[in-house]
Design a binder for this molecule. Structure first.
Ligand code: C5P
Length: 331
């Protein structure tokens, strides 16, 4: 891989900033609990343009700072997944983990949007550039898979099928984009607690698996037709999330009453995602949900956007090179 920063006055020493999107799951089928404590999954990931930013810059040791509207309650220490990502990459490259990470958080924490996983993915990419390692995308994917089930998808973005525990990805390179509204909840849900609740419900015979037609779902995502996609959205974790946070029922009802084509809990929740016909309807739906008082905030977002992307220090918008290069490798 060419070193794009060589001899540049705005090279790695000045810092590398990566923008990284949140994800929602358009379909999430949860299989049995595996001996390693994870559940076998089949999911259709979809990247949405609610983004965190991670800047990696030169330092004598490993430091992590958090800011942004959604950073409250997070610790900037070795327990943070971004910290662990930098440490893992350094170990893999047999070099010291000398980096100052600055994470600007817009993705709510413990929200079913894989915000922590996104920060870890962005850290892998930013440190790879800062340290001029030039690791191939497949190697970054492997490291991502060791950090968490959703980290690899945050590198890929767009739409992808996840299997295994979620980390084995097949990119849907011809997937379309869709308009969504994300309704953030007042509190968070711990992912392990939601999976444990699903196991409890299943053991008691309380729930049956959501009817998930993956082939139809994939065809709908490729078609770009939101009316076709709407009836196919399904999430096996939704009954468990609703049992732990029953107030989400009110959010889901409000979204449907305001004209959403469909609504579902995102991943393990508690964020709800609503599908809109177009950008105009999404903007109106977000305003209506916000006014309804049934969520902490509601935001219209485009779905099917690029994964972790290095920002050009001279340009206000993300360069597309990283994402395109990755799509070419993985397709
Ligand atoms: O991989 P990640 O760190 O995101 O997983 C967090 C937790 O969610 C796991 O410890 C496990 O309790 C649960 N999980 C699961 N099956 C998966 C993914 C996550 O049970 N496929």
């Amino acid at each position: 891989m060419p070193n794009q920063f060589a001899d540049s006055p705005t090279g790695p020493a000045a810092g590398v900033t990566v923008a990284v999107p949140a994800k929602i799951n358009l379909g999430l089928a949860v299989g049995p609990l595996r001996p390693d404590g994870f559940h076998q999954l089949r999911t259709l990931f979809h990247a949405v343009e609610l983004c965190d930013r991670v800047t990696a810059s030169a330092s004598d040791d490993l430091q992590l700072q958090l800011d942004g509207g959604e950073s409250g309650g997070l610790s900037g220490d070795a327990g943070n997944l971004a910290w662990r990502a930098a440490a893992l990459l350094a170990e893999h490259a047999s070099r010291p983990a000398t980096v100052r990470l600055s994470v600007s958080k817009q993705i709510p924490v413990a929200a079913g949007l894989a915000g922590g996983s996104a920060d870890a993915a962005a850290t892998l990419l930013a440190c790879d550039r800062l340290w001029q390692l030039g690791l191939p995308a497949t190697e970054l994917d492997q490291l991502a898979g060791r950090l968490g089930s959703d980290v690899a998808f945050a590198l890929h973005g767009r739409s992808a099928i996840g299997t295994g525990r979620g980390e084995q990805l097949t990119d849907l390179t011809d997937a379309a984009q869709f308009h969504w509204v994300l309704a953030a909840a007042a509190g968070g849900l711990a992912t392990p607690a939601v999976y444990a609740e699903l196991d409890r419900q299943r053991a008691g015979g309380d729930v049956s698996a959501a009817q998930l037609d993956f082939e139809a779902l994939i065809a709908a995502v490729r078609s770009g037709d939101p009316e076709r996609l709407a009836p196919l959205l399904a999430n096996d974790l939704q009954p468990a999330a609703l049992a732990l946070a029953p107030e989400l029922n009110r959010t889901l009802v409000a979204g449907r009453e305001l004209g959403a084509l469909a609504g579902l809990v995102s991943g393990s929740g508690p964020t709800c995602a609503f599908l809109a016909a177009d950008a105009g309807q999404a903007a109106g739906l977000a305003a209506g949900l916000q006014a309804s008082g049934s969520c902490r905030f509601a935001r219209a977002v485009l779905g099917g956007v690029a994964g972790a992307t290095v920002l050009d220090p001279g340009a206000p918008k993300a360069t597309e090179g990283v994402a395109r290069g990755r799509a070419a490798i993985s397709s």
